[in-house]
Design a binder for this molecule. Structure first.
Ligand SMILES: Nc1ncnc2c1ncn2[C@@H]1O[C@H](COP(=O)(O)OP(=O)(O)OP(=O)(O)O)[C@@H](O)[C@H]1O
Length: 242
């Protein structure tokens, strides 16, 4: 079953005069591991935000988990995990890391409700999976960039989404953390959750066939499955900058 169906979409940011995504089609099925590459400014983040209903699709059709993204973006966002690229927590942010992970459950439980047993269980499981047990009681803003990154991934794992989107998830992580998170993502996609990751790093890929999508100027210029050790060569060849 296709969990993502984008058909000839164009998207534009509020106030932007030109479309950023220009005639892009992409179908993603259960369990796929998709790596999105391409030069700076090609529209990779915008593609993730189009899938998530965060930018307006001005033309074409977009269904995610069977839901029309333009009509019910909120419903789509409840089903999609999204680890964003640039986040910053002020040292005085009044939440612990554990509370930030629990925020992943808000879409299910509603903002002003108390967490139920299943919410605590999902949070505990995500914390264990990411190995951040010793961080949960610390204020989020006092953690290192890499530790915060793990907390944000845990938040999205706790959400128990149908699809996981990640934008440069390795940017703050050391070698061991990258290897570890790669295994976590591989495991999630092995259980059926499509993982769609924007990355400029090619040394931390699962040891399996992955789907490589390359974007150039708002379009897909390459889309095929390959072995992880072929990725770098493909990106070099296909990421031409006009
Ligand atoms: N919030 C925004 N409002 C207006 N234009 C935006 C916004 N975000 C991105 N853009 C524009 O959309 C284009 C694509 O940006 P995007 O961030 O999707 O590229 P990218 O491929 O993810 O780049 P990078 O590899 O540098 O992260 C750029 O020209 C950028 O200026």
């Amino acid at each position: 079953m296709e969990l993502i169906e984008l058909t000839d979409i164009y998207t534009a940011y509020e106030g932007g005069d030109k479309p950023v995504i220009k005639g892009l089609s992409l179908d993603v099925k259960k369990g796929e591991y998709v790596l999105i590459g391409g030069p700076n400014g090609a529209g990779k983040t915008t593609l993730l935000e189009s899938i998530n209903g965060m930018v307006k699709i001005t033309h074409g059709g977009a269904k995610v988990c069977g839901i029309d993204v333009n009509k019910a973006g909120n419903e789509v966002r409840k089903k999609v995990g999204y680890v964003i690229q640039n986040f910053y927590f002020d040292p005085f942010t009044p939440f612990t890391a554990g509370q930030v992970v629990m925020m992943g459950r808000y879409g299910r439980m509603g903002f002003f409700r108390w967490p139920k047993k299943e919410d605590y269980q999902a949070v505990e499981k995500a914390i264990r999976l990411l190995g951040i047990e010793d961080l949960v009681n610390k204020p989020i803003g006092t953690l290192s960039g890499g530790q915060q990154q793990k907390v944000m991934i845990a938040q999205n794992v706790a959400k128990e989404p149908d699809i996981m989107l990640l934008d440069e998830p390795f940017s703050n992580l050391d070698f061991h953390a990258r290897e570890f998170i790669t295994k976590v993502l591989e495991d999630l996609s092995g259980k059926g959750m499509p993982v769609i990751m924007v990355s400029h790093a090619f040394d931390d890929l699962p040891d399996r066939k992955i789907r490589m999508v390359i974007m150039n100027e708002g379009k897909i210029s390459y889309d095929d499955t390959c072995d992880s050790n072929e990725v770098e060569g493909i990106v070099r060849k296909a990421s031409r900058v006009n």
